[in-house]
Write a protein that binds this ligand. Sequence first.
Ligand code: FAD
Length: 374
Amino acid sequence: MLDREDYEAFRSSVRRLAEDKIAPHAASYDEESRFPEETLEAFKELDIVGLPLRESHGGNAADVLVQAICLEEVARVCATSSLTLMVIWSGLNPINIWGGDKLADEVIAPAVRGDVVVSICLTEAHGGSDMWGAKTTARRDGDEWIINGKKSWISNATRSDWYTVLCRTGETTFGVFVVHKDDPGLSFGRLEKKMGMRGSPTADVNFENCRIPGHRAVGDPEKGYDYITSSLTRARPMIAAQALGIAQGALEGAVSYTNEREIFGKPVSSYQMTKGTIAELATKIEAARQLLYRACEAVENGEGNARMLASMAKLTCSNVAMETTVEAVQLHGGAGYVRDYPAERMMRDAKITQIYEGTSEIQKLIIAKSILAN
Ligand SMILES: Cc1cc2nc3c(=O)[nH]c(=O)nc-3n(C[C@H](O)[C@H](O)[C@H](O)COP(=O)(O)OP(=O)(O)OC[C@H]3O[C@@H](n4cnc5c(N)ncnc54)[C@H](O)[C@@H]3O)c2cc1C
């Protein structure tokens, strides 16, 4: 772990970048359902995509807390941009940790330069919460693998260069395979029309006799389920960080609006009821932040309770994001209900943090299982 000052210096540099280069485009990503291309360019200035990636391929091997702070600051101004980065990292994580050198040369090295977009393909139509029920298969054919099946709700879908796919390799075994956008047999369903995160293209990804070379199997093709379970423990603090950033951005927007808006001759923020709301939200955000940072530490150190803490952080931060954004809209009055202020976009963006990478109900199951096992 770094010193506290190092984390705060890093936060400041990402905040500057986010405010200067990302925030100006946030509304248009949403309104035009436009992929955040300017954000990807901006990330290159601080080598952001390479933060968690292996040093052997030019990455920074930064710790989990650094990654969380980065996502928090990006989400504070633009949730779609943070989602794009988060999904790229999720797709790269199994390759980064368990992928062979040839695969890393192909995927990790250009990713470090910020030149590739990646998707993580886990969910299938019959139920994302039941990952074990995945039906997409990978079958070995000589030196190659052939993939068949359909993944649903895939973020970055139509913009990605690489797809990291969980596939069944046997009755009770799974592997993780990496498909390139130009591989034969890859196609997409229609783009989903979403409530929020509208700059991120979400679609089904279809694999029809999709043939890939042998080195694109990540690590052991029978250990894919373990790789993904472990990757999700790293990914959940990232969603929590995204949620926290949305909450922080919404609170700051509400504070600035209520300071300026005068009703009955006084700023809305001068009324005791407003102060109470803002104080409660700020307290919940700070409590959620401390839980998240503790979870990051546990995941980084491989502590026994890391999975439970990661779920607690996701559950808490996503609930705080939802509550804060709803209250932020309320504090804007009618102005909160229109697109002149970011509050309504943040409210729509916040909702998904309670759903993806495991719903709040699934987080509760993980937490309860951990507690009841002791
Ligand atoms: C915008 C968006 C982006 C996404 N991006 C990706 C992506 O990039 N890659 C990817 O693989 N997936 C992605 N997903 C899928 C997401 O992870 C799933 O939607 C999520 O895991 C929930 O799965 P489901 O939609 O199938 O819901 P279901 O599993 O059908 O759940 C329906 C309801 O049942 C509840 N439930 C399920 N099991 C239990 C239980 N045992 N006890 C109590 N309640 C339960 C759930 O909490 C939920 O409320 C994305 C989804 C969205 C909407």
